[in-house]
Design a protein around this ligand. Structure first.
Ligand code: KG4
Ligand code: ZN
Length: 361
């Protein structure tokens, strides 16, 4: 394998294909974006109300080479200019992950350059490095996406400790499921966000979950079941009255109240952990970090605690993209080089492994 010219001056080409986005990006030195291409399949999954794994894999196969070509063109580079290749290798849909992993390995092999395997959630954390040139570990990160709700203590670039986890649904899932019950298009999080902006958040009451053992874990199944029960009752009543159920309540107020219940639980636990661990820097990441009410509430809560620093990624880096994977790959390379599996290209994809365990290997 060719020696890297200058370990700090590196251009990374990364792929992301863990769910329903086929993405390729080229990033210099972990923070400077030369290209960021995202091919979303969301529209094609919308008619099924969620991602269909087999369809996702097939669409990644079709999209992966075009997104690579487009990213190189956007960056004005050729494959020979790339120092490191990388791909999301865990967690996610296994068939979908494998497309990105195989493509990145093939490119690395063809250029005799290293190929790095990145954990998707570490990528989400790194979306903050793209947005803030001064941000370095340690800090606490609230990762809220379609598949995860976690409080991760980022002790160092490749050292993570899970301080809080979801015991059932992820925050994004909690939004998507209620949006689906309300017959809103997929993905539902942004739809709930938009409706809530026109509603009042204290009209409907939802249960708050706080575990007695003092843990900072989350649980959204109670809030979700309460919302579903309400919607189902309303639909039954509408059937009897022969009217549209949406005429029986103000959907904007319902969305605002439900959203408030979810985000308040997230931030209450985050503040508890920060106090317990004496951490002053707090970042948010993942698709749900685009939520306007979450950002507003963060600012309100952190304005009270003035000694805290608050970070959230630029909106374009909240949902899945490959720029965040390229950024993480760069910091991985600088801080731990590459593993034996990365060196001989023998790593595979893992559908389910925590961020802390992934970087202990
Ligand atoms: O991080 P992401 O793109 O994919 C995963 O890794 O899961 O997150 C997607 C999730 C979906 O559940 C989507 O509904 C949610 O992020 N989301 C939002 C918003 N934008 C995306 N949820 C609430 N408010 C938003 N503005
Ligand atoms: Zn994601």
């Amino acid at each position: 394998m060719k020696e890297q010219k200058d370990r700090k001056n590196l251009t990374v080409l990364a792929l992301e294909s863990s769910c329903d986005e086929t993405a390729c990006a080229v990033v210099k030195n972990g923070r400077e974006i030369l290209a960021n291409v995202i091919g979303s399949q969301a529209q094609l999954h919308a008619e099924f109300g969620g991602v269909v794994p087999e369809i996702a894999s097939r669409l990644h196969v079709e999209a992966v080479l075009p997104v690579i070509d487009k990213a190189l063109k956007q960056a004005g580079l050729t494959l020979a200019d790339i120092d490191i290749f990388a791909s999301t290798a865990a967690p996610g849909l296994i068939g979908a992950l494998l497309i990105g992993v195989c493509a990145a390995k093939s490119l690395a092999l063809s250029q005799n350059k290293p190929c790095l395997a990145v954990h998707h959630l570490a990528g989400h954390i790194a979306s903050n490095y793209l947005s803030y040139s001064e941000l370095n570990p340690p800090f606490l990160c609230l990762i809220v996406s379609g598949g995860h709700s976690q409080l991760v203590y980022v002790k160092d670039w490749c050292e993570f400790e899970i301080a809080g986890d979801t015991r059932d649904d992820a925050a994004g899932e909690a939004f998507d499921k209620i949006a689906r019950a309300l017959d809103l298009p997929y993905p539902g999080g942004p739809q709930i966000d938009l409706l809530a902006q026109k509603g009042c958040s204290d009209i409907y009451k939802f249960p708050k979950v706080k575990f007695k053992d003092g843990s900072a874990d989350f649980s959204f199944s109670g809030v979700k079941t309460a919302a579903l029960t309400f919607i189902n009752k309303l639909k039954q009543e509408a059937k009897i009255k022969n009217v549209d159920y949406k005429t029986l309540f103000k959907i904007e107020d319902f969305a605002a109240s439900y959203q408030a219940a979810v985000i308040e639980a997230l931030l209450d636990n985050a503040l508890d952990v920060m106090e317990k661990l004496s951490i002053k820097k707090f970042a948010v990441a993942g698709g749900v970090s685009a939520n306007s009410a979450l950002r507003k509430l963060c600012e309100e809560k952190f304005a009270i605690a003035k000694s805290y620093e608050l970070y959230y990624p630029h909106l374009k880096f909240c949902t899945d993209n490959a720029a965040m994977i390229a950024s993480m790959a760069y910091f991985q390379f600088l801080n731990r080089g590459y593993t034996a599996e990365e060196k001989n290209l023998s790593f595979g994809a893992l559908s389910n492994i925590s961020i802390s365990d992934y970087y202990k290997r």
